[in-house]
Design a protein around this ligand. Structure first.
Ligand SMILES: *Cc1c(COP(=O)(O)O)cnc(C)c1O
Length: 409
């Protein structure tokens, strides 16, 4: 078995070789700008873009004309939140109120903060809803948080940290009945579990290719209704590509890859999810059987098939990951190296905090992200290594002191 083992599929995935082959001609042969209307180079690129648009639309059950290509879920999230805010302001409707949750990706939480920083009297209020200990948002709490000023509810489709799948269909019934927009960050959900924008009454949705075996730097936003300017005001002004939603020359090869990966995922999602949930449960059982004082975070059944989040009492995640140096995993505590804090400080992520995980456990939260190329042999190896590492560290280490709260990529 080849080392190191990659078990961090929530951070990113490799490009599926089939996707790569579909993209290949669009770098050197079919290199036209899809905005060039006067020659076949442009037409061919444009045809490829429209095919990809259909493939994305088919996976989420939207119309192709409701899908707009972006650079990924971060941009789509920004466009959804800030686009709605700017739209409100452009219509002179004054400020408004946004409802979101404590377990969102930073792209949502930081965009909401930006909205909150708008000057009065056009200010935006933001309500950040808590989740229960399984990471679940309560639709009744969404309903109760709605005020006459509420314009947008944004709820993650499935958690990138603990895997919990949120009750979007129930939330969508509430928002649609009140005429309030529902946005979902579905970066981890699309291509892994069924997402249906019609059945779930979703108005805006963010997705990204590199979480589902497509390339990095390309994604899409779904905007209901083929009249995007009714819902959002664009951020990037320019040539007016993507029906004015997102100016800029399209990333043709990337978009072809996004389309192809959507096509493949639509065909293989059910079977792959089944295979991964069996492997995930095998990993979970082996670690639970071998290690003491371990808890599983997230929801027992309403969770992504490829996600396992576990916390180990009395240890810290950095040390555990360091002793698992032949396995690529993420911790549910801070990326201190990347965020300018002194190394050595340990903090639980905002998501783990939001679940209210006992502090003795929270500081050693590990996320196992399984994926298309994960094997049973790898799972067994990882389980054995984790059990060994936890046991040997427990013999040595005193429990760390909590310092502060941060986030996972
Ligand atoms: C990865 C991820 C993002 C960011 O997507 P990019 O395409 O990398 O910008 C946003 N939200 C969630 C839930 C994610 O998992």
């Amino acid at each position: 078995m080849q080392l190191p083992i990659y078990m961090d599929y929530h951070a990113t995935t490799p490009v599926d070789p089939r996707v790569f082959e579909a993209m290949r001609p669009y770098f050197t042969e079919v290199f036209g700008n899809p905005a060039s209307r006067s020659h076949s180079f442009g037409w061919k690129a444009s045809e490829a873009i429209e095919r990809a648009r259909q493939q994305v639309a088919s996976l989420i059950n939207s119309k192709p004309a409701e899908v707009y290509f972006t650079s990924g879920a971060t941009e789509s999230d920004n466009l959804a939140i800030k686009g709605v805010v700017l739209n409100q302001l452009a219509r002179n409707l004054g400020g408004g109120h946004i409802i979101t949750t404590a377990i969102e990706h930073k792209a949502i939480l930081e965009s909401c903060k930006r909205a909150q920083a708008q000057q009065k009297p056009q200010g935006f209020e933001v309500t950040v809803l808590p989740v229960d200990r399984f990471g679940m948002v309560d639709p009744v709490a969404v309903e109760r948080a709605i005020t006459p000023r509420t314009v947008l509810v944004s709820v993650i489709a499935a958690s990138n940290e603990v895997g919990t799948i949120e009750p979007l269909a129930e939330i969508g019934r509430i928002t649609r009945a009140r005429g309030i927009l529902l946005h979902t960050d579905a970066a981890q959900a699309v291509g892994k579990i069924p997402v249906d924008v019609v059945a779930m009454n979703i108005d805006l949705l963010s997705l990204t290719a590199h979480k589902m075996y497509g390339p990095k730097g390309v994604g899409a936003i779904y905007i209901r209704g083929e009249r995007p300017a009714d819902l959002i005001t664009c951020i990037a002004d320019g040539g007016g590509q993507e029906n004015g939603v997102r100016s800029g020359t399209l990333n043709v090869a990337g978009i072809v890859g996004l389309g192809e990966t959507c096509r493949i995922n639509q065909l293989e999602m059910a079977e792959e999810g089944q295979r991964l949930s069996v492997l995930r449960d095998r990993l979970k059982r082996a670690i639970l059987a071998g290690a003491q004082e371990v808890i599983v975070n997230g929801h027992e059944s309403l969770r992504l098939p490829n996600n396992l989040s576990m916390s180990f009492a009395g240890l810290d995640a950095e040390t555990l990951l360091m002793s698992l140096d032949d396995i690529a995993l993420s911790s549910g505590s801070a990326c201190l190296s990347g965020s300018g804090f002194k190394s050595g400080a340990i903090r639980a992520s905002h998501v783990i905090e939001a679940l209210g995980v006992d502090e003795r456990y929270a500081l050693c939260t590990i996320r196992f992200g399984l994926g298309r190329f994960t094997t049973e042999e790898q799972v067994d190896y990882v389980a054995r290594r984790v059990v060994e590492a936890v046991a040997s560290l427990r013999e040595l280490a005193p429990a760390p002191e909590p310092v502060r709260v941060g986030a996972m990529k």
